[in-house]
Ligand binder design. Structure first.
Ligand code: DC
Length: 222
């Protein structure tokens, strides 16, 4: 069975960064499951379909023509790497992610990523639902203020004009939806190592995660 390390946590906890660095360090595959929900959100938004049409949205998700290439995320041949990263796309993703049929439809996409030599899976329900058999489960958290500050810095660097208070409110609203939905709510899975990254550098968090990986797989050279 392919080795899997899951990294779950709320938006802005740094899990995407840590997952990518860890995958690079180990030479493993990396699944950014949030991108799949963002893609479905984008498709729904563009097609003008109401969020209540769960089965229709699930079908679109199951059959979407997507390719993750080093050049970017391609949807029907169009590079949508930037389009899926906007705040609107994030909010649409959070709405489609609350639909059980959509989560079910995206399962196969996610399972297909588990290939040798191993997979780092980043998301909200990687350790609890998608890869419950994973040998290493990490739950990365940080305070809403710290996560909003990180996002604020990123957006400012991109030259976007945003308000910090607005970002805190958006992050809290999205957390609320992700943590309280009836299907696969955001929470630390059983057996996960919970890492609170508030006040920690990327290097410090990566070192903690690497230690756990090394402990579980002593044969790996990390
Ligand atoms: O990690 P992200 O911000 O790109 O995720 C976008 C949205 O998708 C987020 O609001 C929650 C949802 N999501 C999810 O429900 N399950 C996942 N495994 C990944 C993301």
């Amino acid at each position: 069975m392919t080795r899997v390390v899951t990294i779950d946590g709320p938006s802005g906890s740094g899990k995407g960064t840590i997952a990518a660095l860890l995958a690079e360090r180990l030479g493993w595959h990396c699944l950014d499951s949030g991108a799949l929900y963002r893609l479905v959100g984008l498709i729904v938004d563009r097609a003008g379909i109401g969020f209540e049409k769960g089965n229709k949205i699930a079908e679109l998700g199951r059959n979407m023509d997507v390719e993750f290439s080093p050049a970017g995320v391609m949807l029907e041949g169009e590079d949508v790497s930037i389009a899926i990263r906007t705040e609107t796309a994030g909010n649409n993703a959070s709405k489609v992610a609350a639909i059980p049929a959509v989560r079910e439809a995206l399962l196969q996409w996610q399972h297909d990523y588990a290939r040798e030599p191993g997979l780092i899976a980043d998301g909200r329900d990687m350790g609890s639902v998608v890869f419950p058999q994973a040998e290493v489960k990490i739950f990365l958290d940080a305070s809403a203020e710290e996560r909003a500050q990180r996002r604020y810095k990123q957006l400012k660097e991109k030259g976007l004009d945003v308000s910090l208070a607005g970002l805190v409110a958006e992050i809290e609203e999205r957390d609320q939806r992700d943590r309280n939905r009836s299907v696969a709510p955001l929470k630390a899975p059983d057996g996960a190592l919970v890492v609170d990254s508030t006040g920690l550098s990327i290097e410090e968090v990566l070192a903690t995660v690497l230690e756990q990986v090394q402990c579980t797989f002593p044969d790996l050279e990390v």
